[in-house]
Design a protein around this ligand. Structure first.
Ligand code: ZN
Length: 352
């Protein structure tokens, strides 16, 4: 009798653990991280078979529905226990990339347990869903280094043997969009001196984000959505067509090629679009214009995307409106951000 009772209790305990494991995953499928965050389960207590691989909440961005770049909309999850209010006056100068090594659900629970001593500002699930755990103005405990915690924002990417065995396209997109948004808020350059791995924090004993994290791909994505600023917009001279000579009502084509030596991509039709401008925004030479986008902007980039290191072609026509020789100074500009380096470029239009 006694023995039977003990066996029943044991069976009941196992059943409860199994049930908790299932509801854990089910909550992700139906209500997402809004579900109450319970105590951290000992992962060893949950058989792998009890954790379905299924994921992706219905409301999340996924697959073709996720267009990059986009404005990230993190889901704010309240009541974290592991953080310090404020940053003790420190500025936000770094973004630290991590992976969780446990499932998204367990990560959120761990951050909610004081004894775990860990947290991060953001956690990005395998399907690209972004949870915000700690406000950016507060200090999360993610880097193992107080100074870096004060000066950084920590982003955890779900990487878990069962729930998300490899970084996904959606995670890269969501992470890059988030990093771009932070960069815009903080005026932080998006380069590898400011966006670092946990392993790169001085004194770190951690190896994340590890060898499968594709840094070049991630930084390329951030260049597509980074806010263009004086710090990130740069160009060098590549080539220019011969000075045009026209007569009467003739028209001539001028082409200038610039290399993007900055940190942000030039994207046609966006706030990152590169244009060829007249320095000082002078409209005095507009009488030469034939089809310019604006009196002080002779041309826009021809390519859809010019990544850092790529070349952009700017072509425009001039017309022989009045006889004379006219020097047209030219300088690249991203009107959503900044003028490019002044490379002393000009063309000389001779009208007979
Ligand atoms: Zn880490």
């Amino acid at each position: 009798m006694q023995g039977l009772l003990r066996r029943s209790v044991l069976v009941l305990v196992i059943f409860l653990i199994g049930a908790t494991g299932r509801s854990d995953v089910a909550s992700r499928d139906t209500t997402g991280p809004d579900a109450p965050i319970g105590p951290l389960l000992d992962p060893a207590a949950i058989p792998e078979s009890a954790i379905p691989v299924a994921r992706a909440a219905a409301a999340s961005r996924s697959g073709t529905a996720m267009r990059f770049p986009f404005v990230p909309e993190p889901e704010y999850i309240t009541s974290p226990t592991n953080y310090w209010a404020g940053r003790d006056g420190a500025s936000i100068d770094y973004i630290v990339i991590h992976y969780t090594d446990i499932s998204y659900a367990r990560t959120l629970r761990a951050f909610n347990i004081l004894a775990s001593d860990v947290s991060a500002h953001y956690v990005i699930r395998g399907d690209g869903h972004i949870a915000q755990i700690v406000a950016e103005g507060d200090t999360a405990w993610h880097s193992g280094n107080v100074w870096y915690n004060r000066h950084s924002i920590g982003i955890e990417f779900e990487l878990d043997r069962v729930t998300n065995p490899a970084f996904t396209t959606e995670q890269y997109y969501a992470g890059a969009a988030l990093v771009c948004a932070i960069s815009g808020r903080e005026g932080m350059p998006l380069d590898r001196e400011h966006v670092i791995g946990h392993n790169e924090v001085p004194g770190s004993t951690h190896t994340d984000p590890g060898p499968t994290w594709d840094w070049p791909h991630f930084m390329w994505l951030t260049s597509l959505c980074a806010p263009p600023t004086g710090a990130t917009v740069h160009a060098s001279f590549v080539s220019e067509s011969p000075y045009p000579e026209v007569s009467g009502d003739d028209k001539a084509l001028v082409s200038v090629v610039l290399r993007n030596t900055g940190l942000t991509a030039w994207r046609r039709g966006t706030a990152q679009e590169a244009r060829l401008g007249i320095p000082g925004n002078s409209k005095d030479l507009a009488f030469l214009a034939d089809g310019w986008p604006a009196p002080e902007r002779p041309a826009v980039q021809e390519e859809d995307i010019v990544p850092p290191g790529g070349n952009a072609t700017f072509s425009f026509r001039v017309k022989g409106a009045a006889p004379g020789t006219f020097v047209v100074p030219l300088r690249g500009v991203v009107d959503g951000g900044a003028w490019m380096d002044d490379l002393g470029i000009f063309t000389v239009v001779t009208v007979r």
